[in-house]
Ligand binder design. Structure first.
Ligand code: 5GP
Length: 345
């Protein structure tokens, strides 16, 4: 046994220090980024905020709403080949820059991915998603997928340490998804004791990825636009959101009405609810159970997008970053023991 005594930090442990700036208004801030990838020859331009590949969040409806604003959606893996085929007929070529197909790594998953890619060859992004990205089997799957789809952008995760980010990138991933345990409906830390505070994971993994020309996605743990700004400040190239995009008109699941109030169901992809719904299909998707919660209905996602982008733009203004790309360079985190004043919450 060994103990590492370096303190690891989460979003709640820091704030971004304001800096003198020449920016007059947040309207001067551009949140669009352009990326070239480590393996895929594709170029990407857009706002690097993503909806998570959960069946309550990463829906076709969400993709249409987010794609219009150049935000990205990792479509969940439970749509059938036929549903993909029908969806693809009604959308523009442009939208294919803002969606990924997701898959697990079982034989069944790989076969389904292959069928979807044959039916909808315009798909540019493939998200290989497992709870524990540390297995040899996963690395082999990434290699195999790269070989099979040399032109596509491959997202692989999840991991939380630099050496594994490097291994996945060198095995064929373009983007590595970072986060074990920070998710809003995740119980990994409770069930297994395993995890890594997300801010430190982002700082360390971004450094590893950028060193070899790859990118990372901060996946999980953002509960406010301020957390998203901190994730970008820490070096995340993309930020993926589950909970913050749940509960909208475009989110999956029924609208529940009780005593005049509206809710939507939101659950982890390895929760009882998800297992039951996909009957065994997700048993190996996540190592641990997830929670099932009812979130207050939030209306159309457009307003949430505006709230998020407004917050991140404002963060950029506070540190004098005229482009999102400059935010990391201009970020100094201060360690804190307080966050917002909660007297009225
Ligand atoms: P959030 O933005 O809600 O904090 O986090 C979303 C992320 O939580 C997802 O993208 C995924 O990585 C993770 N997640 C989703 N469902 C589960 C689950 O059932 N168990 C665990 N451990 N993580 C989950």
């Amino acid at each position: 046994m060994r103990i590492e005594t370096d303190l690891k930090l989460g979003f709640k442990d820091v704030m971004i220090r304001p800096k003198r700036s020449t920016l007059k208004s947040r309207s001067q801030v551009s949140l669009e980024r352009e990326f070239k990838f480590l393996h895929s020859p594709l170029h990407w331009k857009g706002v690097p905020v993503m909806a998570a590949n959960m069946d309550t969040v990463g829906t076709f409806e969400m993709a249409l709403a987010l794609g219009k604003k150049k935000l990205f959606t990792a479509i969940h893996k439970h749509y059938t080949v036929k549903e993909w085929s029908e969806f693809s007929k009604g959308i523009t070529t442009e939208l294919f820059n803002y969606i990924a197909v997701s898959t697990g790594i079982s034989k069944q998953d790989a076969d389904k991915l292959s069928d979807i890619m044959t039916a909808v060859p315009q798909i540019n992004f493939i998200c290989l998603d497992v709870a524990n990205g540390y297995s040899e089997h996963f690395v082999a799957f990434v290699k195999q997928t790269r070989k099979r789809y040399p032109e596509k952008v491959i997202i692989a995760g999840n991991v939380v340490t630099g050496e594994m980010v490097e291994e996945l990138l060198l095995s064929g991933a373009d983007l590595v998804k970072v986060g074990i345990g920070p998710g809003s409906v995740c119980t990994t830390r409770v069930k297994t004791g395993v995890g890594y505070p997300q801010l430190s994971a982002i700082i360390e993994c971004a450094d590893a990825a950028h060193g070899i020309g790859g990118q990372i996605i901060c996946d999980g743990g953002c509960t406010t636009p301020g957390d998203i700004a901190k994730a970008f400040g820490a070096g995340a190239d993309f930020v993926m959101l589950g909970g913050m995009f749940s509960g909208h008109t475009e989110s999956g699941g029924e609208l529940i009405e009780r005593n005049g109030e509206k809710f939507k169901l939101f659950y982890g992809m390895s929760s009882q609810t998800a297992m039951k719904k996909h009957s065994g299909g997700v048993a190996e998707y996540r190592a641990s159970e997830g929670k099932t919660v009812e979130v207050a209905y939030k209306g159309d996602v457009d307003e949430t997008i505006q709230d998020i982008l407004g917050g991140v733009r404002s963060a950029c203004t506070y540190v004098g970053a005229s482009k999102l790309k400059e935010l990391t360079k201009r970020t100094t985190f201060i360690r804190v023991t307080e966050q917002e004043n909660r007297v009225y919450s």
